[in-house]
Design a protein around this ligand. Structure first.
Ligand SMILES: [Zn+2]
Length: 77
C-alpha cells in the first residue's frame, strides 16, 4: 500500500488516534492497529476501528456532562 498523500511506504503499526470532541476536549485511543506512512505520518485507520471510534465518540457525547459520584464523608469524633 502507498500513501495517498505523498506516495511513501505505508506500514502496519500500533499507534494512537486523537479525536477532538465537539466541546474541544481531546480523546486519545491508544494501541490501535493502523497503517501509517513512514514518510509523512499520515494515518490510515481500518474500517472496523473507524466505526468503533465513531461509536465511542457518539457515546462520549451523550455522557457529557458526567455524573458526579459523591463520596460519603465520615465524621470523626
Ligand atoms: Zn505519506
Amino acid at each position: 500500500m502507498r500513501c495517498f498523500e505523498c506516495g511513501g511506504e505505508v506500514i502496519q503499526t500500533l499507534g494512537s488516534v486523537r479525536m477532538t470532541k465537539k466541546d474541544g476536549s481531546l480523546i486519545i485511543f491508544k494501541g490501535i492497529a493502523l497503517s501509517q506512512c513512514r514518510q509523512c505520518g499520515e494515518q490510515y485507520i481500518p474500517g472496523k476501528w473507524a466505526e468503533k471510534i465513531g461509536e465511542l465518540m457518539r457515546k462520549e457525547d451523550t455522557l457529557v456532562p458526567r455524573e458526579i459520584i459523591s463520596v460519603p464523608v465520615i465524621a470523626l469524633g
